[in-house]
Design a protein around this ligand. Structure first.
Ligand SMILES: [Zn+2]
Length: 89
């Protein structure tokens, strides 16, 4: 599975960019609903990149749907979805 350069989500197009550094120093990813982007740290291995991509999508979806976000829940859900998507050919 490859991370796309852009993705349609909830009626908007989000740019997906690989960056050397995330603004939040220890972060692996960052997403902005307002500015329509998902940033992922370039130096991560491919599995962690994909998990981070899914993680950031969940932040956007939860934020847009008004669901209260919690890092732990998002982390667990992203990891499980990653494993599910790995089984899709
Ligand atoms: Zn997060």
């Amino acid at each position: 599975m490859k991370i796309p350069k852009k993705i349609q989500l909830m009626g908007k197009t989000f740019k997906v960019v690989l960056v050397a550094k995330i603004d939040d120093d220890n972060g692996w990813g960052e997403a902005s609903h307002h500015n329509c982007y998902i940033k992922i740290k370039k130096s991560l291995n491919s599995q962690t990149k994909m998990e981070t991509f899914i993680h950031e999508i969940l932040h956007l979806v939860y934020g847009c749907a008004g669901i209260k976000e919690n890092e732990r829940d998002i982390e667990i859900t992203a990891n499980i979805l990653y494993q599910v998507f790995q089984q899709i050919k």
